[in-house]
Design a protein around this ligand. Structure first.
Ligand code: UDP
Ligand code: MG
Length: 326
């Protein structure tokens, strides 16, 4: 283990989290104090809330908490950019030898953070928080999550099973992450591309202790699809396979029709054999166009190379210090 303790930053994206921030802050401060007293981290270690354009009093609350506690800092985005962009902004903006990403609702068990830091001090650049069980999830969530991980594995996309965005990253890993230019972020996939020494800590996930999920089903599905299209071209290949199959089926039908006509007194009955393949083909074609369209749309948004976030205000001791140094 390295002898000098590292400065750690906890990066927490927040969107309309006024109901949870006080409780979250008090729990985090207790944790930081404990780790400081054990000399696991330096006294400069801090919490960085990233306000993702909240519509409620989240930012006012972050400012208030930051004024009251020196270890609480805030980064205000110029508008809502979504969880992945807000998290990325925090990772690119907060100082520290290593940063740990956590959700504002503290569903992810904080008790594994000291272990993450110990692994980091023992030489790991990335430490993944992995859920031991999914029994706090609804049946639907468990079923879809499992299906999704299996699907990604089948498409040869490297992601860690049951790992969301609860992880530690070293400064070196963060610097490497900053070199990735894509504007459609799927961080749990991108981090796997970095390599470096890494390890896993297991934890249990609790229920959100207040407020509502900011990830309704629609956003969740769009994020899942984002992961597929950002990391795999398998859906495009699938279209080729479906096209091949349908063509083969059409050839078979043609042969059957010809045989009937040539060697029997019957002919293929008209309506069903015409209309069903027509609708079927129409469906397959539209679906294929849609999938291709998704990739074209991705090229469109990526070529614009737009910035992923704009920082509006920085608040807190850590930023005053880092500004004084530069
Ligand atoms: N979040 C964000 N921007 C958004 C949506 C969510 O910064 O547009 C944050 C949110 O405040 C929380 C984290 O992302 O800290 C995860 O969201 P949530 O806990 O609602 O998701 P769930 O745990 O239900 O999947
Ligand atoms: Mg949550």
């Amino acid at each position: 283990m390295s002898t000098t303790p590292p400065t750690i930053g906890l990066v927490i994206p927040c969107y309309n989290e006024e109901e949870v921030l006080r409780e979250t802050t008090s729990r985090l401060i207790v944790l930081l104090e404990r780790m400081k007293s054990e000399s696991l981290i330096t006294p400069d270690s801090a919490v960085f809330y990233v306000d993702d354009g909240s519509r409620d009093k989240t930012w006012a609350l972050i400012k208030e908490l930051s004024a009251a506690h020196k270890e609480i800092c805030g980064i205000k985005l110029s508008r809502n950019r979504g969880h992945q962009n807000a998290l990325f902004c925090g990772l690119m903006t907060a100082p520290g030898d290593a940063l740990i990403s956590v959700d504002a609702d503290l569903q992810d068990d904080l008790e594994v953070i000291p272990q993450m830091i110990r692994n980091f001090r023992n030489g790991d650049d990335i430490v993944y928080g992995v859920r031991k069980r999914r029994d706090t999830d609804t049946f639907f969530k468990r079923f879809t999550a499992e299906g999704y991980y299996k699907l990604m594995a089948a498409m040869k996309v490297d992601i860690v099973f049951n790992h969301a965005d609860y992880r530690l990253m070293s400064r070196r890993a963060l610097d490497s992450l900053s070199e990735y230019r894509e504007s459609n972020l799927f961080l749990r996939g991108m981090v796997r591309l970095l390599g470096y020494a890494n390890s896993v800590v297991e934890y249990d996930r609790a229920e959100r202790f207040a407020g509502e999920s900011k990830y309704p089903l629609k956003k969740m599905l769009s994020f899942a699809w984002q992961g597929v299209t950002s990391f795999s071209t398998y859906p495009l290949r699938l279209i080729t396979s479906i096209g091949t199959l349908v063509s083969l089926a059409a050839l078979g039908m043609t042969a059957w029709g010809l045989l009937l006509r040539l060697f029997t007194e019957e002919a293929l009955p008209g309506w069903a054999s015409t209309v069903i393949p027509m609708y079927f083909l129409g469906g397959v074609q539209l679906l294929s166009l849609g999938v291709i369209g998704e990739y074209v749309a991705k090229i469109y948004s990526e070529t614009k190379d737009r910035p992923r976030f704009h920082v509006d205000v920085l608040e807190g001791e850590a930023f005053k210090k880092s500004r004084a140094q530069t």
